[in-house]
Write a protein that binds this ligand. Structure first.
Ligand code: RB5
Length: 145
């Protein structure tokens, strides 16, 4: 799978750990930055970059990380067609895919440890959208955008 990742400085370390894990699982990864954790940057820039790529089909799914995951998920969700889900456990990640057809996973690098984050990532990647009644609801979301 081709996965687009991005973070601000506060999410950098977790983004790097996620990226390394995705590569060992055999995924193709595009990293939009930030490249330098020592430089303070703005999470909206990286949330938008990842979301635009995912919506354009340049990446099947996206993963975004900031300090809490909140700001970067809000930023990603400003892009029409993006459905970013902030997840703090694997159950949320499964449901985000199964019920919400989330195409972007958001996490907080200052909230979840690496081990939990990798479980969240695996749950997100291994779950498919259930469609059916959930499809009608996601269609409503899109028509409201
Ligand atoms: C950066 O200090 C921090 O505000 C940012 O990473 C994020 O947590 C915002 O939602």
């Amino acid at each position: 799978m081709r996965i687009c990742v991005g973070s601000d400085h506060a999410g950098f370390e977790l983004k790097e750990a996620v990226k390394a894990h995705l590569l060992t699982l055999g995924h193709e990864v595009e990293d939009v930055g930030t490249p330098d954790p020592g430089v303070s940057v703005d999470y909206p820039d990286f949330g938008r970059l990842v979301a635009r790529k995912v919506v354009a089909g340049d990446g099947e799914l996206g993963i975004v990380v900031c300090g809490t995951g909140i700001g970067i998920s809000i930023a990603a969700n400003k892009v029409r067609g993006a459905r970013a889900a902030l997840c703090t456990d694997p159950y949320m990640a499964r449901m985000a895919r199964a019920h919400n057809n989330a195409n972007i996973l958001a996490m907080g690098g200052r909230v979840v440890g690496v081990g939990l984050a990798l479980d969240i990532v695996e749950a997100f990647l291994s779950t498919s959208f259930e469609g059916g009644r959930h499809g009608l609801r996601v269609d409503k979301l899109e028509s409201q955008a």
